[in-house]
Every structure is written in structure tokens, then in C-alpha cells.
Design a protein around this ligand. Structure first.
Ligand SMILES: CC(C)(COP(=O)(O)OP(=O)(O)OC[C@H]1O[C@@H](n2cnc3c(N)ncnc32)[C@H](O)[C@@H]1OP(=O)(O)O)[C@@H](O)C(=O)NCCC(=O)NCCS
Length: 145
């Protein structure tokens, strides 16, 4: 199979720094160490023919699983985001939840492909205080009828 996901480790910090350069004191090494201390979070690297192309995250909550996706900037619009999302979906045991900026059309398109629907309004419904800022919308997976 040409696309596959594998667990992300702290050895991937430099890869992630290359995709999204660190700002100030924040960097991916410390961020990944924090993620890995959280037993409810799983992080992944998506690879195309063994070359890393994207990063994904699943965080378990009580009634849903929060999903996150990120494709290397120079490789966007080539289908990797969708392949990553489908691969993460396979691992999720509860309905998916995502918080997406209303201007992030690519991310909204991925959410729609997963069968997710926006909650009404632009609200911070279910968005964590950390994530919350104006313009975010909560998306939830709706089981198909
Ligand atoms: C969001 C993201 C993961 C999508 O990955 P991608 O590889 O670029 O997207 P894909 O090529 O798989 O396309 C997925 C869908 O998005 C659509 N899309 C892709 N780029 C788009 C753009 N710039 N504007 C609008 N739609 C776009 C595609 O048409 C496709 O939808 P369709 O299947 O209905 O036609 C990627 O753009 C990204 O990493 N963005 C920055 C990080 C981010 O925003 N993460 C999400 C935070 S909530």
C-alpha cells in the first residue's frame, strides 16, 4: 500500500519543526513530549511510499474522539489529508469531533468527507478553552442513516 500511518515519536520532532517552524520557545519536541504523557492522545505520521507527508492526532474524550490533521505545506491539495483522515477514522471507536476555523475550507472539506457536520452557529460548543477563539466551529460525525 502506498499510503500508511505509523505512530509519531519524539524522533519526529525535527520533521514537524521543518513543516511548521517553531516560534519563540515553543517547539515540537516539547509539544510531542506533552502529547505522549497524555494516555488519551495518540499521534501519527502518514507516509507515502515510506516518505513522511503528514501528521495526525486522535484524542479520546468521554463521548467522542477529537481528530486533528496536518499535511506538509508543500504537499497540500494532493489527497494526503483525505487519506490520513480515512486512516485515522479506522482507528476511532467513538464518533469524531473536530474544531475547525470557518475560513479553513480544506479542513472543512475533509470533515465533510468523513461524514461530519457542523454544529449550528460559529460557537465554541465543545471547543476546549485552549482551542477557543473567534471563528472556530465544532464539527461532529453523524452516523449515516
Ligand atoms: C486541511 C489539510 C489537512 C487538508 O489536507 P490536503 O492534503 O491539503 O487535502 P486533500 O488534498 O486531501 O483534499 C481534501 C479536500 O479538501 C479540498 N481542498 C484541498 N485544498 C483546498 C483548498 N485550498 N481550498 C478548498 N478546498 C480544498 C479538496 O478538494 C478535497 O475535497 P473534495 O474531496 O471534496 O474535493 C491541509 O490543508 C493542512 O494541513 N492544512 C493546515 C493544517 C490545518 O488546517 N489543520 C486542520 C486544523 S482544524
Amino acid at each position: 500500500m502506498s499510503f500508511a500511518i505509523r505512530p509519531c515519536t519524539i524522533a519526529d520532532a525535527a520533521l514537524l519543526d521543518g513543516w511548521e517552524p517553531p516560534q519563540g520557545e515553543w517547539d515540537h519536541l516539547h509539544w510531542l513530549m506533552t502529547q505522549q504523557r497524555n494516555p488519551l492522545t495518540r499521534t501519527f505520521i502518514g507516509e507515502h511510499v515510506n516518505v513522511p507527508v503528514c501528521f495526525g492526532r486522535l484524542t479520546e474524550q468521554s463521548s467522542f474522539i477529537d481528530i486533528g490533521w496536518f499535511v506538509a505545506p508543500h504537499l497540500r491539495g494532493m489527497g494526503y489529508g483525505l487519506q490520513l483522515a480515512y486512516a485515522l477514522r479506522e482507528l476511532a471507536t467513538k464518533p469524531l469531533h473536530a474544531t475547525i476555523h470557518t475560513e479553513n475550507l480544506a479542513s472543512e472539506a475533509v470533515a465533510k468527507r468523513l461524514g461530519m457536520k457542523p454544529l449550528k452557529g460559529d460557537g465554541p460548543e465543545f471547543a476546549s478553552e485552549l482551542d477557543y477563539c473567534e471563528g472556530l466551529r465544532t464539527w461532529l460525525e453523524v452516523p449515516s442513516a
